[in-house]
Write a protein that binds this ligand. Sequence first.
Ligand code: SD4
Length: 343
Amino acid sequence: MFNRRKFIQSSAFGSFGLLLGKVASASPETVTIKGKPVVISTWDAGLAANKAAWEVLGKGGRALDAVEKGVMVTEASKNCCVGLGANPDRDGFVTLDACIMDEFSNCGSVAFLERIKHPIAVARRVMEKTPHVMLVGSGAQQFAVIEGFPLEEQKLSSEAQINYDNWLKESHYKSPAINVENKQGHGPFAPHKLDNGEWNHDTIGMVAMDTNGNLSGSCTTSGAGFKMRGRLGDSPIIGAGLFVDNEVGACTATGQGEDVIRVAGSHSVVELMRQGLSPEAACKKVIERIVKIKKEKAKDIQVAFLALNKKGQVGAYAIHQGFSFAIKNGTREELVKAKFVMP
Ligand code: SD4
């Protein structure tokens, strides 16, 4: 249950991140085989998404199926967050982006997709049924309809309508920025309050390792609230919002997508893990790279990376305080506060 969840500081696990097998040794029953299977995902909503992913992983299922099923829970949330309940763009339309990647480096992506409830499932179809990686806009929607996905009503959720009406009063377009203390429920990347009191974001990224040790990942988002029409962030871009290399590890990103794209964020983290860095150290290095590029502007933006390596080590890092991720394996189910570089 959410209200019984335990917050833990990632720092409690030392500077090399969370090695599931090792940490598990604190209680004997958790000494599972190198942390397999395991699933991790971004923000508070990751707890519920991980639970759904676990229905696949816990039965020995494939990581790819787990990361699709997991984030579909978040996409289906009626509250204003990741899916069709999200804040619209500045023209009043909800547009969704998603991507998925498997252990064979197959990948699929949809972007600027409207009126489809499960963009992640469409991204998987792009991966499996077309010779392409990415479909966007009306082409992506047309493909989804041909594949049997229902075209949903074009109507804002009641919360999004309130947020949009408020936003329209000034119609002030500010380039996406995050203030992690801002809990007003509107504004680019602002967290949204759910019925259960949880604060949620407009994105979920998930990576998982199954019992066979295979890795997959998914990332799905409504992007920045009140964004310019046609704007895409990092989330549907393979190498930016998500990257999986089954020999090395997997990473997903959240926060200001423009700055994740700038450094090919998730791919960079995986490449640093290939060079021997732990997931946490690799995430930190790419966060520092963004901070260096952004200079004084870094104080106004949030970016976070979340990574898992082939050994079952988990790590994350953010620019600012406030990023949390959910982790689940056979015996643990927790929300972890990530470390950050700027106070
Ligand atoms: C984007 N990275 O569209 C996404 C937004 C995000 O929490 O992660 N919000 O740029």
